[in-house]
Design a protein around this ligand. Sequence first.
Ligand code: KQY
Length: 364
Amino acid sequence: MIPSPTPPGLRGYRMPAEWAPQSQVWMLWPERPDNWRLGAKPAQQAFVEVARAISRFTPVTLGVSAQQYRHARTCFGMDANVRVVELSSNDAWMRDVGPTFVRHGESGGLLGIDWQFNAWGGLHSGLYFPWDRDDEVADKIVSLTGTPGQRADFVLEGGAIHVDGEGTVLTTEECLLHPNRNPQLSKADIERRLCDWLGAEKVLWIPEGIFEDETDGHIDNMACFIRPGEIALAWTDDESDPQYARSQAALAALQGQTDACGRLLTVHKLPLPGPLYMTAEEAAGVDPDSSGMSRAAGDRLAGSYINFLISNGGIIMPAFDDPMDTVACACVQEWFPEHEVVMVPGREILLGGGNIHCITQQQP
Ligand code: KQY
């Protein structure tokens, strides 16, 4: 990847909204036994279901290690809309390690941004070491797709941002201002970089993400745009839940705000599942390791329906075998009347620390 001093947003590129047309969706294959229980077998099944659901709307390319290639290939059988390629990584969070694609306003050409990746916090508070394979994934994908790429000059994960495609970025202070990402940059420095790299004019900040989210509060588990000027926000009315104050603070931060085009924001509440906790059986299935990931019985899980993927005519959304599943599905279906909402079991993915949006990256 050839470094260019001028960020893509200053050269006419902009990140499209997730509801813009997509040519494919990228995923990775879960394998590491210190994150995924039972040697990642249940997680692999969950990833297969996610890939199959997406592939009804959009072709999927799945990156797999050499060791697991044959197995993953077999899992998809003759499924013509899922392509399996050998691509090494340290784990399976394509949203965070894959390229963020931006499109040129005049030529329509794509460029893949290769953010610096430090495993959600680097050596002192990151989730694992090494992360060198993860940090190469974006460059390998732009090479495979034949699009130009550009290496960013700061640390960011794709799950830490959402855009409306019309100049507005949504993010959390908890993550982007955490000293474990870019301690040398001020809030103003980070805003400038987000706008310059994503082709945006305005950054909307909410204070925190989901309680106990090990990414330090990624936005993609907490809130997202559902169309320009409208945001869905993870919500609980339970005042005794530590999530309550977080959701309230986010609502307060967004209400009365305008986006880059001057629209007054509308915020829609999306109920949270649970609260959900890791069971003793689930925790026992994870191989102990020296990584920074806590996998103990009774751990609060950062479950959220916000972690869905919009892909062409489909919305692929996690289900948690929870009474709120049907309520959340109905909300999202109402907000997206032209889309088909497909719920896929999300608990096994949640046990690894994220969900469907975190394991996918769309290519416009
Ligand atoms: O939520 C994400 N975007 C990534 C979650 C990483 C969890 C690592 N165990």
